[in-house]
Design a protein around this ligand. Structure first.
Ligand SMILES: [Cu+2]
Length: 494
């Protein structure tokens, strides 16, 4: 076991969750090279559309050196392959389910018609069959073996990600590996002189705990994920692992030239929040984008705070460091093994014609005066004595119930209040943060957001405006254990 300078793992700050410790022999940090997920190639293109096929299957991967981890992988990979779509060019992804459990695929940040949004009851049953047709299907639009997801991609350039959304079992199935990047590009972004190619790197940050044989530890009541979903009561606040994986590798190392890099940071963890910081702190993160794409203008950040589901696009200029410098990305909310994320080793000088322009994009500001109504959404734990669960407006999720009817095109204020840490995510359209604790938005509330970090006893107001697609969508907590334990609500657009 690695000691991390003698620091004991202690209860992490700034978290709602329980720490689950590994029993496996863990590598020294900064010894495993950073993997970058392969970019998926379309199986077919026609004049209007790109077509992809992804097979969801189990695979044994060497995540920890010398050990094998059985994962659920998109194409058997963790993270899954990265899809890249052009704004305005439809993408159709056919998912084949060769796992032994039902799945649903949600494109997080996608502006997607309801029948392709991966609603938790719109399941793809296993190719090999599924004995129990009623349990966990809840009357959704169920398909056998495969399903086509159609993404019109009428949205701006942004870092999206796709992940499992199966009713009651999202947390366990994402934990086992069902997550990948889906990038959207557009002409506006392509015209900017930002770092590109192998200096544009997606970084999926997750925390996991491993058993002695290398398998993932996860406290589910039903290891087969067949009948009972959720997590054991001890871990209902959220599962926090003691190993930080970036793109599936533990505390990896990346060799970088002394040049600018664009890092697309994604917190794909079930419950853990991170506050990222570079050391030595010779250069800031230049934040250029958030969940919904480019900001108006770049913003210097000393740290980046990411709750589950959130993304931040940053540029780091490694020319600020002498060649040979080891630059660590740390997590100031972590302790011991979770205080470290990864290391960048600066190799040598290199040509670099990239820069970060003073103006990046135009983000249309939504205003309080445009709002036609205010809705309250209260996120809290079920009272003692009730079945252990998490509630929105005092109710557990019911797939047969619509909690709000919203008119397409209307601007509304949605007011989120919280007992503990709840990262709140809305499907269909991004929103803008209007206020936090009655004051100005926070430093990480910039631009278009689809997930907002709501802290204990906090009120956050956001301005939402849903467009284009009529149907049933979700608002939910992106702490995946909370989500599985009923912290979701449905809204209907029309
Ligand atoms: Cu929550």
């Amino acid at each position: 076991m690695v000691s991390f300078g003698g620091l004991a793992l202690s209860d992490p700050r700034g978290q709602t969750g329980e720490l689950l410790r590994s029993r496996a022999r863990l590598p020294k940090p900064h010894t495993v090279p950073l993997p970058v997920p392969p970019v998926a190639r379309p199986v077919r293109t026609d004049p209007t559309t790109d077509f992809y096929e992804i097979v969801q299957r189990e695979a044994d991967l060497e995540l920890l050196p010398g050990l094998r981890t059985r994962v659920f992988g998109y194409d058997g990979l963790f993270p899954g392959p990265t899809l890249i779509s052009r704004s305005g060019r439809p993408t159709v992804v056919t998912h084949h389910n060769q796992l032994a459990v039902p799945v649903a695929v949600h494109l997080h940040g996608g502006h997607t018609p309801a029948d392709s949004d991966g609603h938790p009851t719109d399941l793809i049953l296993p190719t090999a069959g599924w004995s129990d047709q009623t349990h966990a299907t809840h009357g959704g639009a169920v398909t056998a073996g495969q399903r086509d997801y159609t993404y019109p991609m009428r949205q701006r350039a942004a870092t999206l990600w796709y992940h499992d959304h199966r009713m009651d079992s999202t947390a366990a199935q994402v934990y086992r590996g069902l997550a990948g990047f889906h990038l959207v590009t557009d002409d506006e972004e392509a015209a900017l002189p930002l770092p590109r190619g192998d200096r544009d790197i997606p970084l999926m940050i997750t925390d996991r705990a491993f058993d002695a044989d290398g398998s993932f530890r996860y406290p589910t009541p039903d290891h087969a994920l067949h009948t009972t979903g959720g997590v054991t009561d001890t871990y209902m606040e959220g599962v926090l692992g003691d190993v930080i994986l970036v793109n599936g590798a533990p505390w990896p190392v990346l060799e970088v030239a002394a040049a600018r890099y664009r890092l697309r940071l994604l917190n794909a963890s079930n419950a853990r929040r991170y506050q990222l910081r570079l050391a030595p702190a010779r250069t800031p993160f230049i934040q250029i984008g958030s969940d919904g794409g480019l900001l108006d203008h770049p913003v210097e950040q000393t740290t980046i705070l990411l709750a589950p589901g959130e993304r931040a696009d940053v540029v780091v200029d490694f020319a600020a460091f002498p060649p040979g410098t080891a630059v660590t990305m740390n997590n100031t909310l972590g302790a011991g093994s979770t205080a470290q994320i990864m290391l960048f080793r600066v190799t040598g000088r290199a040509s670099d014609d990239s820069h970060v322009p003073a103006r990046l994009s135009h983000v249309e500001p939504l205003r309080r005066s445009q709002a036609v109504r205010t809705r309250d959404w209260r996120f809290r734990r079920a009272p003692t004595g009730e079945h252990p669960s998490w509630l929105i407006n005092d109710r557990p999720f019911d797939p047969a119930r619509i909690d709000a009817d919203v008119t397409l095109g209307d601007v509304e204020i949605w007011r989120f209040t919280s007992d503990l840490h709840h990262p709140v995510h809305a499907h269909l359209n991004p929103f803008q943060v209007l206020s936090r604790r009655g004051g100005a938005p926070g430093p990480y509330d910039l631009g278009w957001k689809d997930t907002v970090d709501v802290s204990p006893s906090e009120t956050v107001e956001v301005l939402v405006r849903f467009t284009d697609y009529a149907g049933r969508y979700l608002l939910h907590c992106h702490n995946l254990e909370h989500e599985d334990m009923a912290m979701m609500a449905a809204f209907r657009t029309r």
